[in-house]
Design a binder for this molecule. Structure first.
Ligand code: NAD
Ligand code: DAU
Length: 356
């Protein structure tokens, strides 16, 4: 049995689905179901006794302690977080609360549980914290990619809150001996990605005939990894990662944002051509930049590759094609996540941004 937190979100849900497709080991899935949590993603697990879903907060120590004692998991994998940089700029409070205070309570509950374990169960227990490359800050054009020893230089409320949580996780090992491992991954994309993030937003806006808002000059660089490759990296780290080590996860796929948007448009032109014969690219609109926008992220994943033998399966070309195809064949999922709360966010973030 493993305990996954945030398993109704984008990466957590992909992880739970992939885990149960490959293993009989049950999962307790603790998720608060914020705007980003969506049980519809997990519909295929309805009636599956290996998946126990619990709606709740990682900051609720009593609940987490009860779940740990009752189910005796061999690992906690912490995906739960507020994850969207733009939202952290509009309202950092929830990021401090979940990403820092919530992680603190989760660590304390795990410490209490692990402290009572004996023998093999105690030796085998792991707390795997899922983090981000954004904790390392921004790179210049010629800088080497982030290694695990790059110093922490977070620039947004989101990345600062994730950096703080990484430090707590590290300290709980050094001070209390809690068996932790941290992963720092680059930008994910793939199925079930909430359409507030770049790639799914571009797909759903393009199909709806709306503008494709590119921040600033569109030359910011992100390093993209197909979500299922991130999930396989986490499984491998859980299986063979060394205690208190950190592992960078990335796919060696650095791309400027405008190239990503052009690729999405080209795939849509091919797979769902517009009736008037024009390209989706005509919908691109450069808008005001994100405040404090990090210019470039790049992950050096050699430690994970050489020490644990992990490699991504998808290239960017194969992964982005699968992703666009997934959104074309799942319009119902997209329609259902575009709730009142989603529409309110789009209004707050993009209103009056047409002219950059
Ligand atoms: P997401 O926003 O899609 O999902 C987050 C999930 O956590 C949601 O289901 C939400 O309901 C749940 N949640 C939020 N607050 C909670 C709380 N207090 N208690 C319990 N559940 C709570 O995020 P994601 O993109 O799936 O990211 C998952 C993790 O991976 C995050 O920790 C994020 O920092 C990290 N990460 C994300 C990316 C990426 O590109 N998306 C890359 C690297 C690392
Ligand atoms: O690097 C890992 C991080 O990647 C994760 O830790 C975060 O949880 C995840 O949200 C993601 O952060 P980004 O800020 O890089 O992702 P986002 O999809 O919001 O933006 C990607 C790039 O696209 C970024 O440079 C901003 C730009 N952008 C984004 C949106 C939503 C646009 O130009 N227009 C947009 O409308």
């Amino acid at each position: 049995m493993i305990l996954v937190t945030g398993g109704a979100g984008f990466i957590g849900a992909n992880f739970v689905l992939d885990w149960l497709a490959a293993s009989q080991e049950p999962v307790i899935n603790l998720d608060k179901l914020t705007y980003a949590g969506n049980l519809e993603t997990l519909t295929s697990l309805q009636g599956d006794a290996r998946h126990i879903f619990v709606q709740g907060d990682i900051g609720d120590s009593a609940l987490v302690s009860r779940l740990l004692t009752e189910h005796q998991p061999r690992a906690v994998i912490n995906f739960a977080a507020e994850s969207h940089v733009d939202r952290s700029i509009h309202g950092p409070g929830d990021f401090i609360q979940t990403n820092i205070v919530g992680t603190f309570h989760l660590l304390e509950a795990a410490r209490g549980y692990w402290g009572d374990l004996q023998g093999e169960a105690r030796a085998a227990f792991r707390f795997l914290h899922v983090s981000t490359d954004e904790v390392y800050g921004s790179l210049g054009p010629g800088d080497a990619a982030f290694t695990e020893t790059h110093r922490y230089e977070p620039n947004s409320p989101y990345s600062a809150s994730k950096a703080a949580s990484d430090h707590l996780v590290r300290a709980w090992h050094h001070t209390y001996g809690l068996p932790v491992i941290t992963t720092n991954c680059s930008n994910n994309y793939g199925p079930y990605h909430f359409p507030e993030k770049l790639i799914p937003l571009m797909i759903v806006n393009a199909l709806a005939g709306k503008t494709l808002p590119v921040y600033g000059d569109g030359m910011q660089v992100r390093d993209w990894l197909y979500v299922k490759d991130h999930c396989s990296a986490i499984r491998r780290v859980l299986e063979a990662g060394k205690l208190c080590e950190t592992y960078n996860v990335g796919g060696w796929n650095e791309k400027p944002n405008i190239e990503i948007v052009h690729t999405v448009c080209a795939l849509l032109d091919e797979l769902r051509p517009k009736a008037d014969g024009t390209s989706y690219k005509t919908q691109i609109s450069y808008v005001k930049d994100r405040p404090g926008h990090d210019r470039r992220y790049a992950i050096d994943a050699r430690k994970l590759e050489s020490e644990l033998g992990w490699k991504p399966v998808e290239t960017f070309e194969s992964g982005i094609r699968k992703t666009v195809q997934w959104y074309l064949t799942n319009p119902g999922w997209v329609a259902n996540v575009q709730s009142g709360a989603y529409r309110e966010w789009v209004q707050t973030q993009y209103a009056g941004q047409e002219a950059a």
